[in-house]
Design a protein around this ligand. Structure first.
Ligand code: UDP
Ligand code: GLC
Length: 420
């Protein structure tokens, strides 16, 4: 439970503080042994593979005490968790899954019976556990509403910027109320996400610590990966061209349409979009296809769909684009691109500015600014030594600040503190 405050919001953990385990005076092994005694029920609303799910995966897989993941929808996330040896249960309610964050109005009343069933199902599952770890917005609402039933300590992993650009007034009101009265601890994925919640719920800045996501550097190093030409051949991508890649789900706020506009401005550029519409954004996918036809860029554009082997796909391109039109809460794809050793051009808003330092480890452009994006691509293309310098610095930075080991040490320490 949080104390309300009107205090200003100084940074709690500056970017970089989450650097590595040694910074905290302990090795990974020691940290693991000391911390993981509490049993945890992790709850996630999605069966799909998004950034929040990728960040939960290593945590659930390596949590040393009893743990289980409860999913509120089925999908490939379940299979991935099971392959890692994580016990998974399902509590699905179609009427609740259909509620979308941007359309949350009184329509949720029709889903009320399903909501109540899911609140009870989560509470029932939580019975045998010390901690309820809620990983997504719906998991937060349904898990926290059931607090009178389960009475467990609640940790909410905040992966969103709680602004009016991302969420409607009702959702923001519910989150504000639950943050104050039902959630015990919040861990935010970025300073930007933390500040948005502090502004919404007027909680004390110290109550919302930040842990940045981390990536498995070994996985992205792909020592045995074939060279770029062979990768392009293997993936059916055009060879001997300058190829930009945009990685992530197809959704309006991820801004693939901005990249298409930039593509139209650079005559011999090629672009690959890796990712699919995970949450029913089929209209947007259609609009991208018709935009490509209108701009006459179809023959320089590849829709690759959702791919499991992101490191190899990232290594197959010359430059990685991030084009979100709204502030990105964190942006896993950016640290992945950095870990893959490719120069990244990113939209400077939200958590992105905690990762990318302009002209030092990447290139920042204003969100939605097609001209700036096209110029940045042209600059990096014309100056391969500059692009290499940025990519090399990015690789160093990601190893220093965004490793999965550092992420796990921090997360586990915070979860363990809840029980002390
Ligand atoms: N991703 C993937 N295959 C794809 C597209 C995306 O595995 O075809 C992964 C990507 O590697 C990243 C995650 O999906 O780990 C997207 O996370 P991010 O935080 O960037 O965005 P989100 O969609 O969660 O807002
Ligand atoms: C959410 C955010 C994304 C972030 C991910 C992992 O899906 O949209 O920006 O990288 O969570 O924290």
């Amino acid at each position: 439970m949080f104390k309300e405050t009107t205090q200003a919001t100084p940074p709690i953990l500056a970017p970089g503080m989450l650097a590595n385990a040694e910074a905290y005076g302990e090795t990974l092994g020691q940290a693991h042994a000391r911390q993981e005694t509490a049993s945890v029920l992790f709850v996630d609303q999605s069966g799909q593979l998004g950034g929040a799910e990728f960040s939960l995966m290593p945590l659930a897989a390596t949590w040393g005490a009893r743990r289980e993941v409860l999913l509120l929808s089925d999908g490939p996330f379940r299979t991935r968790l099971e392959a890692l040896g994580v016990p998974v249960s399902l509590a699905c309610e179609a009427s609740v899954s259909d509620i979308r964050k941007d359309t949350l109005r009184l329509s949720w009343l029709g889903a009320l019976p399903g909501i109540l069933r899911q609140v009870r199902a989560i509470a029932r599952h939580a019975e045998g556990y010390d901690i309820l770890f809620l990983n997504t917005q719906k998991a937060l609402v349904l898990g926290a509403l059931g607090k009178p039933l389960h009475r467990k300590r609640i940790i909410w992993h905040l992966h969103d910027i709680m602004s009016s650009e991302h969420f409607g007034p009702l959702q923001r009101l519910i989150v504000r109320w639950l943050t104050r009265y039902a959630v015990d601890h919040v861990i935010a994925n970025s300073r930007a996400s933390a500040d948005s919640l502090i502004a919404l719920a007027h909680c004390a800045p110290d109550d919302v610590p930040v842990v940045h996501n981390g990536v498995d550097l070994e996985e992205f190093r792909c020592k045995d990966a074939p060279d770029m030409a062979a990768l392009r051949q293997q993936f059916g991508l055009p060879e001997n061209v300058y190829l930009a890649g945009l990685f992530g789900r197809l959704a309006p706020w991820k801004g693939q349409h901005i990249a298409l506009e930039a593509l139209a401005r650079i005559p011999d550029l090629h672009l690959v979009l890796v990712g699919s519409a995970l949450f029913g954004e089929q209209e947007y996918v259609k609009s991208l296809h018709s935009q490509a036809a209108r701009l006459g860029v179809q023959d320089r554009l590849t829709f690759a769909g959702f791919r499991d082997d992101m490191p190899a796909w990232m290594k197959a391109v010359d430059v990685i684009l991030h084009t979100s039109t709204e502030p990105e809460p964190f942006g896993r794809v950016i640290i992945e691109g950095m870990a893959a050793g490719r120069p990244v051009i990113a939209a400077a808003a939200g958590g992105v500015t905690e990762i990318v330092r302009h002209r030092t480890n990447g290139w920042l452009v204003p969100p939605r600014d097609v001209t700036a994006l096209a110029d940045a691509i042209a600059i990096l293309r014309a100056a391969p030594e500059l692009a290499d310098r940025l990519a090399n610095q990015a690789l160093d930075d990601v190893a220093q600040r965004f490793s999965v080991e550092a992420y796990l040490v921090q997360m586990k320490k915070m979860i363990a503190n809840v029980c002390e």
